[in-house]
Design a protein around this ligand. Structure first.
Ligand SMILES: O=C(O)c1ccc[n+]([C@@H]2O[C@H](COP(=O)([O-])O)[C@@H](O)[C@H]2O)c1
Ligand SMILES: Cc1cc2nc[nH]c2cc1C
Length: 352
């Protein structure tokens, strides 16, 4: 399933970009004056195969998982908060519930690998538990390769289910106490960034806590150096990642294979993107970064990826909250492309 999904990811046709830009240039505005919205519109047109860009309906999958590395004291919060927040998501009480409702975006919560047993069945909850939490990546591999592939395939299945439900745009979201640690380790391993430069407070560590977190990540990178040197992206993800991160990486691969616009949320979701990109670089064609996470290492990650996030709102929550906000930007770009009058139709002098 993984190999066949990767094989289906296609580059976008550059001719569609030119056609889309020509249409934008014929609309009643100075050329290029809608800035990023024009570039978003062109990409959406290319994803729609040259047809009118579409965004809705959109869905966010908020994938939750627990992390053995929490035992090293790398988060301000105890692990049980992951499970408690999943229940909060299902009960509609979290920020992501408010923002998806406000943005008219569908939300599904995913148990990708939370501690404890199976959650009670609920229409908003998808059961994809690979195992009850990962192992401690600073002392051993977080996942076996088999577990990692299972999580990737769960993510592919989520993308396929969304597509089958008629969903056009997929957004990523996550919840997992301590998951900024595996996310940072993945950035270091995949993008060759030093831990000291990109490790931050996550949920709110102080300076001493961040120093300790850097030491834990450095230890993990040293332990897994032979795996990192071999550069097999699935083995790296298995060693350093998490179940929600691997599930989201699979979702990104699956969504790209179906030609769906992908909205990548903050710091941790971007690590899932980096893992997916290491498996298949063409996922870049389909990805939009919703917002600049306030986690301090995020700027260096975007620079390495030569990517620019759409929104700057000082957010660092995760859950998919930035993705929910960014759907409005995609929708606005698509509607401008479709609904604005051209110079000739409106009888406005085009300046040429
Ligand atoms: O997405 C972000 O930009 C982001 C930045 C910092 C923290 N978070 C959230 O906070 C949790 C991880 O933080 P930590 O300190 O426990 O590693 C996890 O549930 C994430 O959703 C999310
Ligand atoms: C309360 C809480 C909510 C969250 N949502 C995403 N990460 C989170 C971390 C905490 C601690």
């Amino acid at each position: 399933m993984l190999q066949s999904t990767i094989a289906k990811i296609r580059p976008l046709d550059r001719a569609f970009f030119q056609k889309a830009q020509a249409h934008l240039d014929s609309q009643t505005k100075p050329k290029g004056s809608l800035g990023v919205l024009e570039r978003v519109a062109c990409r959406l047109v290319a994803m729609a195969g040259g047809e009118a860009p579409r965004v809705d309906p959109a869905r966010i999958y908020t994938c939750a998982g627990d992390h053995g590395v929490a035992a090293q004291g790398v988060s301000l919060f105890p692990q049980e908060v992951t499970r408690q927040m999943v229940t909060n998501f299902v009960m509609n009480g979290a920020a992501i519930n408010v923002l998806t409702r406000t943005a008219d975006v569908d939300l599904k919560v995913v148990d990708a690998g939370c501690l404890g047993g199976r959650f009670p069945e609920h229409p908003a909850l998808v059961q994809c538990k690979v195992a009850p939490g990962t192992r401690d990546l600073s002392t051993e591999a977080a996942m076996s390769r088999e577990e990692c592939v299972r999580a990737l395939e769960n993510g592919i299945a989520l993308a396929k289910a969304a597509h089958a439900d008629g969903i056009v745009t997929l957004g990523t979201g996550e919840m997992g106490i301590a998951n900024t640690t595996p996310a940072t380790a993945l950035f270091c391993a995949c993008l060759d960034l030093p831990p000291a430069a990109i490790t931050g407070p996550g949920t709110g560590l102080g300076a001493e806590g961040v120093r300790h977190k850097i030491a834990v990540i450095e230890k993990a990178l040293a332990l897994h150096a032979p795996t990192i040197a071999k550069a097999d992206p699935i083995d790296i993800l298995a060693s350093l990642g998490g179940f929600e991160i691997a599930t989201l990486a699979g979702m990104i691969l699956g969504g790209a294979s179906l030609g769906m616009p992908l909205v990548i949320d903050g710091f941790i979701s971007s690590s899932a993107y980096v893992a997916a990109r290491a498996i298949c670089p063409l996922v870049a064609e389909y990805a939009f970064f919703s917002h600049a996470s306030a986690e301090p290492g995020f700027a260096a990650v975007m620079q390495r990826l030569e990517a620019a996030p759409l929104l700057h709102l000082d957010m660092r929550l995760g859950e998919g909250t930035g993705a929910a906000m960014a759907v409005f930007i995609l929708r606005s770009a698509a509607n401008l492309y479709t609904d604005m009058a051209t110079f000739s139709a409106a009888g406005v002098h085009s300046g040429e």
